[in-house]
Design a protein around this ligand. Structure first.
Ligand SMILES: [Fe+2]
Length: 273
């Protein structure tokens, strides 16, 4: 089967990228399943429930999240209504939603797991993602050989270590959060597709999807003002992974970096003041 994993969708530009590019790409490449990180789709900070529905309507089958899972408060209830939206599995059990999903894609059963890393996040009550991953992946493999593990983490070392821990156990170990498409997509020993970070869907010339000059000014002055969405050179970034249906082992992993022409809405300047 072919799985397209897309980097964090950032703001209206990111949603515009998905609207324009996803269906044609899916058709051209015979993609069976689309997974994307959606936690920045609503203005770069969280995912509003309506935006989640819109993105699913545009062809995203499963949305993973991260430390911004509940930045938009309607997702607290919204996530309980949609099994296709995953919050990190290593959040406390009492947190709404779930971090694992089994689904049927054609004739195959697929398991998707989402967890959050330990570094750089102010979530002191997370369970250790490595221990969580080991037990969840082991259990999932008793149900299906096709297990896709999405690790939302800030530290490169943490993601590489997770890849090694799950090499030969998961079909794919895929990093998100940094919004920079890394050049290390490869198949690990044992047939596990791996990449440190999927990059983003949104403005490629930006700081994480936000307007360059404004972000530079924030770093220079230390004055934290609201970021502006960027519309500069939109791209769809991620990876296309081919997985053997029977063994669950990855056959190939290819980086995706497609320029997309997105219409800028009226009254939105390219470089806001
Ligand atoms: Fe994040």
């Amino acid at each position: 089967m072919k799985v397209l994993l897309l980097g964090e969708i950032v703001g209206r530009c990111g949603i515009g990228v998905i609207k324009k590019a996803l269906r044609p790409y899916r058709q051209e490449h015979g993609v069976d399943l689309v997974i994307a990180n959606g936690e920045g789709a609503t203005s770069g900070y969280g995912l509003g429930f309506q935006n989640a529905l819109t993105l699913q309507h545009m062809g995203i089958d499963v949305m993973t999240m991260g430390e911004k899972s509940f930045f938009k408060l309607d997702m607290v209830e919204g996530i309980t209504k949609r099994s296709s939206i995953l919050r990190p599995a290593n959040y406390p059990e009492s947190v709404p939603g779930r971090g694992l999903r089994y689904m049927t894609v054609g004739e195959r059963k697929v398991c998707i797991i989402n967890t959050l890393g330990m570094f750089s996040f102010s979530n002191p009550h997370l369970n250790n993602p490595f221990l969580t991953a080991e037990s969840m992946v082991e259990k999932a493999r008793t149900e299906t050989p096709i297990v896709i593990y999405v690790f939302h983490a800030a530290a490169t070392a943490e993601k590489i270590a997770m890849g090694q821990l799950l090499a030969g156990k998961a079909s794919a170990v895929i990093g998100t959060h940094c919004k920079v498409l890394t050049a290390d997509a490869r198949i690990l020993e044992g047939g596990t597709a791996y990449i440190t970070d999927l990059g983003r869907c949104g403005a490629s010339v930006s700081v994480g999807g936000f307007e360059l000059e404004h972000e530079v000014r924030k770093f220079r002055t230390q004055v934290q003002t609201r970021s502006h969405e960027s519309w500069d050179k939109p791209q769809m970034q991620g990876v296309l992974v081919e997985i053997d249906d029977v063994s669950g082992k990855a056959v190939s992993i290819t980086a995706v970096r497609e320029d997309v022409s997105v219409e800028i809405p009226p009254q939105t300047s390219k470089k806001p003041e």
